[in-house]
Design a protein around this ligand. Structure first.
Ligand SMILES: Cc1cc2nc3c(=O)[nH]c(=O)nc-3n(C[C@H](O)[C@H](O)[C@H](O)COP(=O)(O)O)c2cc1C
Length: 199
């Protein structure tokens, strides 16, 4: 058991957020199985308040990128505080979001709030966050790279994805294989001794 846990932790430690993708298609069955994993997440009162919209159509992805870049230009030029921009600087991010078009799959995750067919949901953000963590884990385990992308604001995603107002965008996740020349920021993670407190 310990060996398996260690091997899994090592595998997860190798996950990195990828921002440059190859356009090559990925097996749709893998995406479906990963969403199935996400759908096993625990949720407050078992309301399962999530929706996963899988975009692969090039025209849809082009629209997504165009709409996102309108918001991102505004964000970088005016909306972001100097502190926020300073925190993003080491990651080398800017308003351009080519990955929304280049990645073969983009999964847009929505929180499902009260609607005609759902009971009142509890702990929606917590539940969807756990489901997204499981989605990232499942995709990584299958050998696919992901980017956790949070445009600000996100409401334009309802229109791009054709989803009703009671669904609120949570995250946009391009999925695919890393581009051959993809690089990642030189980050370190907090050691176990810092994040784990024992009695
Ligand atoms: C809630 C959340 C929002 C994020 N938003 C963005 C984003 O909008 N754009 C981006 O390039 N990366 C985004 N990231 C990725 C983080 O920058 C990345 O996870 C972090 O730098 C650590 O790198 P790693 O995932 O390679 O370990 C986000 C991550 C999280 C968890």
């Amino acid at each position: 058991m310990v060996e398996a846990a260690r091997a899994f932790a090592d595998r997860m430690a190798a996950r990195r957020t990828i921002r440059d993708f190859r356009p090559d298609p990925v097996p749709m069955e893998v995406i479906e199985e990963a969403v199935r994993v996400a759908g096993t997440a625990p949720s407050g009162a078992h309301v399962q308040p999530w929706r996963f919209v899988v975009l692969t159509d090039p025209e849809r992805k082009r629209q997504l990128r165009a709409a996102a870049e309108v918001e991102e230009r505004e964000f970088y030029a005016r909306r972001a505080s100097p502190e926020w921009l300073a925190a993003l600087a080491p990651l080398g991010l800017d308003w351009r979001k080519p990955f929304l078009e280049v990645a073969p799959v983009v999964i847009v995750v929505f929180e499902v709030h009260q609607g005609p067919h759902s009971p009142r949901p509890y702990y929606v953000k917590e539940s969807v966050g756990i489901a997204v963590g499981m989605l990232i884990t499942a995709l990584h385990q299958a050998g696919l790279a992901t980017l956790t992308h949070t445009p600000s604001p996100m409401r334009f995603l309802n229109e791009v994805c054709g989803r009703p107002r009671e669904e609120r965008p949570y995250v946009v996740m391009p999925v695919g294989y890393p581009a051959p020349d993809a690089t990642v920021p030189d980050l370190t993670r907090k050691p176990l001794s810092e994040i784990l407190i024992r009695d």
